[in-house]
Write a protein that binds this ligand. Sequence first.
Ligand code: ZN
Length: 407
Amino acid sequence: MKYRDLQIQTQREAPNNARTEGFSFLVRAGYLTRENLPTKLGEYAIHHLRNLSNDPSFPPALAPGASVFHLSLPTIGNDRETFFPVASGSIEIIHCPSCKYTERIELARFTKLPLPAEDEMPIEKVLTPDCNTIEALANFLDILKEKTAKALMYTRVSDNKFVFVVVRGDMQLSEAKLKQYIGDIRPATIDEIERSGAAAGYASPIRLKDALIVVDDLIPQSQNLVAGANETGYHLKNTNYGRDYSAEIVADLIQAKAGDNCFNCGNPLSVLSAIILASDKEYNFENLLLALAETHHDAKGLTLPHPAAAFDVYLMHIPGKEMDTRAKAEEMYDSLQSAGISVLFDDRDERAGVKFNDADLIGCPLRITVGEKGLKDGMVELKLRIAKGNQLVLVDEIIEKIKSVLT
Ligand SMILES: [Zn+2]
């Protein structure tokens, strides 16, 4: 491809909305707009990655930790999804640094620690004015949030069944986990809550009408919790699962958080932001390009490796005083392409410095410079993107040389 055909626009400055260096260089090198949309060059690079994945010699999907196009990206994941951790990622995942357990945060499992068992105490109704949150309730009664039962009320979409959920007061419900057991839900309306006999802000699962009760599996192990009295302004001390109410479903409903204990190995879990590289054996090529940029750049730009780089060679000419270097470069462009080497030909009549900078930004593995000085001896200059120095290679030998460098 020719530089001008791809309408490449590089930028000197990092975009001010860049949260990561990889994104910054993709914008500066002209693969992406600041709005994170692929340009013509970006589309080309993504298309190239898609083609690569169709080659039977490449892995059918990204297994966690597996090499991607012969590159080892630091991927993590499970048997369904492969993630690349990056600060700008829109997905939150739970990851165990010890055993590598990885799951989307809303579905991640962890080990819950019950409080020490207690004897069941008699239920006691207490006045709790303005205590319609767990925080206010725990403060007012001077107890731990762990000693309260949090109520969440939904309506099941499929049959309008009223759903009453109980989790321990210090924990966060994962609606994604809940949906796995009961299907799609929406928040219950005040009418629906009152019809069941509950009171918003002061609700408990005790003596409800026509409610599907679902409790987190820690609740049956938690004695003497404070729960709503289903009467505004009142709570019940010492409610106990089994004695005072029971549930149709007892299951893990809690969203894991950083520092929780790994379900597999017991070590503390981390929360990471990530992008998804593959899901159900399908790649996300735009995200793959970003992951490559995050892992392959230096201070001057991208350092995309073969074969992931859209072009193996950045071919440029330095405008000559006596010779038509551009025509020579054009000849070389044709012969490299005929030899099956992918080339980005910078066909602009720009100064050498401008082109060198752009070549560094765009990050092809090799750069060939056609200049008057070398041509007089039948040579061109070959530079590896990731090497400091360059070498002169006979024009007749350049194809062999490139092939030996790229394998
Ligand atoms: Zn673990």
